[in-house]
Design a protein. Structure first.
Length: 330
């Protein structure tokens, strides 16, 4: 019995790598820094940023969750490639940094070259739209672990930020505004719930459910260059509870209500979830949040609209409520 007869086709994997190399890896950004990329055992990326006093690497990794089940069912892998990149680079820019490079991991039961190409085209296009170089990855055939059209994917992003310019809770002040940026839909969270909610009419909802996660890199980098920003939050699993991650303990977010897009209202209608449950499960129309002084509001809004997103006024940062002192035991 050969390895191929056991379910693993090495030649197919080699053909996929050859296709990536021949068609270009999407390195429209940082080409001068990529010394050695796709095709070897590892990639080489030249660093050195003289404009930064204390350059720090920013690293993050993420996946797409059970949204891959829908992509496999409806054979729509290209949008999943964007989901994968977005889930990583949208996290990365919350530091105030910018993406440099990206690697992907794609695992299947049996490698289908056309499906793999569709997935990688999505990854490549999203990298190009995120000022990020695709420098490598891994494709794994794992019969017995995955079955039929099932697959999974993971992404790994590396960026750079000057330590002295890092955003976060250490910069946030009382009175700062929470300026929301619209999402493109459900993004890539909550699909274990969503697949059940829309199980009976999935074909009617599949296009909205498979709409890819918005890429916020270009918007964020322009905002960072032109506005005074104290912190930023990517709204993923946990919904608005991602925001307190960048607010100091002595302060708290004061949220306003906003009009949710229709698909979120439909989820609430079908599930009977409370507003609080919805807000801590799904993004409810908010994909990203800038935390900034009130004086920056107008300029940030202009840039959000320039990048064809909508601005949502989410509220402000105020003092944290005082907790009642604990009673001592008798």
């Amino acid at each position: 019995m050969s390895y191929k007869q056991a379910g693993v086709d090495i030649e197919a994997g080699d053909a996929l790598v050859d296709w990536l190399v021949q068609t270009g890896s999407g390195q429209s950004h940082h080409r001068d820094r990529v010394v050695d990329g796709i095709g070897g055992f590892a990639s080489l990326f030249r660093i050195g940023f003289p404009e930064m006093k204390k350059p720090c690497l920013v690293t993050c990794t993420d996946g797409v969750g059970t949204k891959v089940k829908l992509a496999a069912e409806f054979n729509q892998l290209r949008s999943i490639g964007q989901d994968l990149v977005a889930m990583c680079v949208n996290d990365l820019i919350c530091t105030g940094g910018r993406p440099l490079l990206f690697l992907d991991y794609y695992a299947v039961a049996k490698l289908d070259l056309e499906k793999a190409k569709e997935f990688l085209l999505g990854v490549r296009e999203a990298c190009a739209n995120s000022q990020c170089a695709l420098v490598g990855g891994e494709t794994a055939e794992m019969p017995g672990v995955y079955h039929n059209a099932d697959f999974d994917c993971a992404g790994f992003a590396v960026g750079i930020v000057d330590e002295e310019a890092t955003l976060g809770a250490h910069r946030v002040q009382e009175g700062d505004l929470l300026i929301g940026v619209s999402s493109s839909g459900f993004h890539s969270n909550g699909y274990s719930l969503l697949r059940k909610v829309f199980a009976d009419d999935m074909k009617e909802w599949k296009d909205r459910l498979l709409r890819p996660t918005a890429l916020y890199v270009n918007l964020a980098l322009e905002v960072f260059s032109n506005c005074r920003i104290h912190a930023a939050a990517h709204i993923t699993g946990g919904g608005v509870e991602n925001i307190p991650r960048v607010i100091p303990e002595h302060l708290a977010m004061n949220l306003k209500t906003w009009s949710w897009p229709s698909e979120f209202k439909e989820v609430q209608k079908r599930t009977k979830m409370t507003d609080a449950e919805m807000l801590t499960t799904l993004n409810c129309g908010i994909g990203f949040v800038f935390i900034a002084p009130a004086s920056e509001k107008e300029r940030i809004q202009q840039l959000i609209e320039k990048h064809q997103f909508q601005t949502i006024d989410l509220g402000f940062v105020g003092k944290a409520p005082k907790t009642a002192p604990k009673k001592e035991s008798p």
